[in-house]
Design a protein around this ligand. Structure first.
Ligand code: NAD
Length: 503
């Protein structure tokens, strides 16, 4: 049975039999060399999806050799136009297999099918189209320089692929976040080795079939499954044959990867954690602010790096805002991802559920008023073993509570009143993180002023998660290193070389 047939057979079903998720190395699916595998379980009922091959040093070696050989083979000789066409073919290939990708991602994450189908999978395909255009349209710089003999010189620069790129990705929207890195890396002519999250091996595995189907040469796209420390993740980042590492995940994992990358002075691009604020001024359009903050707090069960966990509301609006958000949050319906009535999915795993519930408990101990939620919802027996938590809102936490300072990555927020613009900015900036913020106001001057003063990489005004993929994306402070998106991705995935010609 092919991997396609296995994915089709198992992923969307409620009690499907075990599937194998194998590595994809040098254009072929391969078993774990050590024979070690681990389980992949559905978050909504803890049922077994299948077993995943666990990669060790040997698989990473094989993938690095394949990726290196690809650079020296036909892939390295393609023109930019050829590569751009291939990237478009990959996007079309994902679209052609749309239902398989939706099913695989839905099984791995447990999130509602509608969200997969309308947002996360189409964005996975769109990433390839965007970078297919970017690489074709970017110019490089040129300078004319005077020389003592009067004849002058011209300088121009060219972009070269960096080489073999290690891509380490998280579980919170697996295809979208992985292709956000794989697409520009390949469009620029690199080869990649992807280590997807151990929680979500599905779509990275499936993408290998698309790569083969559309004719991406073998060794260009490789996938090795496994964990982080002392497993495929660490072995990939430590491997001297990897020229640069792009990573999305937790800030402390970024620290470990940066240490590994120091050996051999390899370049890194990091998209890390956040503890993002929303700032709601009293003149805001309340309906729009509630609608936007409902999404930024609860979408994907709160497992969005750009999501809001701290809501700051100008005092005259505070009570009304809290009551309205509470009423809306209580309309969220947890359920099976395929049921149309489901508007709220589970957390990624029971381990993560334990972590989020520990913050729910900590909020209680720190004296929070629990506006809504705070526990585990009653689920039907067949889903009771899933990683469910209630959408939760708190008020009244002291400013030094860890609940306000640490990233929880769950469907929860603390709402706090403020009195002045300066106070709101100071509270928003009182964090080690600096990923994103949203500002809700009708006063445009204030919106611009506050946006410039909050220390984050991405600010939305009267909106959230509105993404133009050409814009710079990344975090300030401990939320990241570097910017990806549009031409900014080229800064990481290519090396700019200067050529000076004496005339
Ligand atoms: P994580 O850091 O636990 O894991 C991410 C990946 O790193 C996984 O593939 C994991 O196996 C691997 N890994 C773990 N330890 C490693 C090590 N020592 N060496 C090499 N690889 C290692 O993160 P997660 O729990 O999967 O994802 C959630 C986190 O990701 C949150 O902090 C969230 O804010 C962040 N995130 C950030 C962005 C962004 O754009 N800034 C986007 C999405 C998620």
């Amino acid at each position: 049975m092919t991997d396609t047939e296995l994915a089709q057979r198992d992923a969307p079903t409620r009690q499907g039999p075990a599937t194998s998720f194998r590595h994809f190395i040098d254009g072929a699916y391969v078993e774990s060399i050590s024979g070690r595998t681990f389980e992949n379980r559905r978050p909504f009922d803890n049922g077994l999806i299948g077993h995943v091959a666990e990669g060790g040093r040997e698989e990473i070696d094989a993938a690095v050799n394949a990726a290196r050989a690809a650079l020296d083979g036909p892939w390295g000789k393609l023109t930019v136009d050829d590569r751009s066409d291939l990237m478009r073919a990959v996007a079309d290939g994902i679209t052609a297999r749309f239902d398989d990708f939706v099913a695989a991602e839905m099984a791995d994450t447990g999130q509602p099918k509608s969200m997969m189908a309308h947002a996360f999978i189409p964005r996975g395909a769109a990433n390839f189209k965007v970078f297919a255009d970017v690489v074709k349209n970017v110019a490089t710089e040129s300078f004319q320089s005077p020389t003592p003999d009067g004849t002058g010189a011209i300088n121009y620069s060219i972009r070269k692929p960096k080489g073999v790129i290690g891509v380490i990705s998280p579980w919170n929207s697996p295809l979208l976040l992985m292709t956000w890195k794989v697409a520009p890396a390949l469009a620029c002519g690199n080869s990649v080795i992807v280590k997807p999250s151990e929680e979500t091996p599905g779509t990275a595995t499936l993408l290998g079939e698309v790569m083969n189907a559309v004719g991406v040469p073998k060794g260009v796209y490789n996938v090795v499954h496994g964990f982080g420390p002392d497993s495929a993740g660490a072995f990939l980042t430590e491997h001297p044959g990897v020229d640069a590492i792009t990573f999305t995940g937790e800030t402390r994992t970024g620290t470990a990867i940066m240490k590994a990358a120091a050996e051999g002075l390899r370049d890194v691009s990091f998209e890390l954690g956040g503890k993002n604020s929303a700032i709601v001024f009293a003149d805001a359009d309340l309906d729009a602010a509630i609608e936007g903050i409902m999404r930024s707090v609860f979408l994907n069960c709160g497992q969005v790096c750009l999501g809001t966990e701290r809501v700051l509301v100008e005092r005259p609006l505070f009570d009304r805002f809290v009551a309205t958000l509470k009423a809306k949050a209580e309309t969220l319906r947890p359920g099976h991802p395929e049921d149309k009535a489901t508007s709220f999915g589970p957390l990624i795993s029971r381990e993560h559920q334990k972590k989020v519930l520990s913050y729910y408990e900590r909020a209680r101990r720190d004296g929070a008023t629990i506006v809504t939620g705070g526990g585990v919802p009653d689920m039907p027996a067949e889903m009771a073993a899933g990683a469910w938590v209630e959408p939760t809102i708190w008020t009244g936490l002291p400013d030094d509570s860890v609940v306000i300072h640490e990233e929880i990555f769950g469907p929860c927020c603390h709402i706090r009143p403020f009195d002045t613009e300066a106070e709101a900015v100071a509270i928003a900036n009182n964090t080690q993180y600096g990923l994103a913020t949203t500002i809700w106001t009708r006063d445009l001057s204030r919106a611009h002023r506050v946006a410039a003063n909050v220390d984050v990489g991405i600010t939305w005004v009267n909106s959230w998660f509105l993404r133009d993929l050409r814009t710079p994306f990344g975090g300030s402070k401990q939320s990241g290193i570097g910017r990806e998106g549009g031409v900014h991705s080229l800064e990481f995935y290519t090396e700019l070389r200067n050529i000076c010609v004496k005339l």
